[in-house]
Design a protein around this ligand. Structure first.
Ligand SMILES: [Zn+2]
Length: 147
């Protein structure tokens, strides 16, 4: 076994994926060869670093992604319930102050609000759209509460 072969098989040697005879040959060569011995130390250091990084990624992943999902879902829930609340308020305002009128305006406004909200959620512009949404609801309420 020569140095080039030993260096080529080094990663597999470190991972313990070689057959016992090959592993033994490599070990015997490394013990007899200072050059390959220092290669092994260096490669072991890199392998340890690499597996640390992989472990780090493994522990980070399950922590990060579900949290993000829960956050986004909670945000969507909030937006949705906010929309329903405003729609209910607008309906109540309409019933109280403007019976039998502006049904079409109300329907268009709600449909448009809903569309904007959907667009906002999917385009990740939810916050900005929600602001517009709030202003729209205010104006919808104003229509049914003419002062
Ligand atoms: Zn060697």
């Amino acid at each position: 076994m020569n140095c080039a072969t030993v260096k080529e098989w080094m990663p597999h040697y470190i991972e313990g994926m070689l057959s016992p005879e090959v592993e033994l040959n490599i070990r015997l060569h490394i013990e007899a060869c200072p050059d390959c011995s220092s290669w092994l130390e260096e490669a072991k250091g890199l392998a340890a670093l690499w597996s640390d990084m992989e472990r780090g990624a493994d522990t980070l992943e399950p922590l990060d992604f579900p949290d993000l999902t829960v956050d986004v879902m909670a945000h969507i829930e909030k937006l949705e319930s906010g929309r329903r609340e405003r729609a209910t308020k607008a309906t109540m305002a309409r019933r109280r102050t403007a019976p039998g009128t502006s049904w079409m305006h109300y329907g268009v406004a709600v449909g448009l609000t809903f569309l904007l909200l959907q667009f906002g959620v999917f385009e990740d512009l939810a916050y900005g759209i929600n602001e517009i949404n709030g202003q729209m609801s205010t104006s919808v309420t104003a229509w049914f509460n003419p002062k």
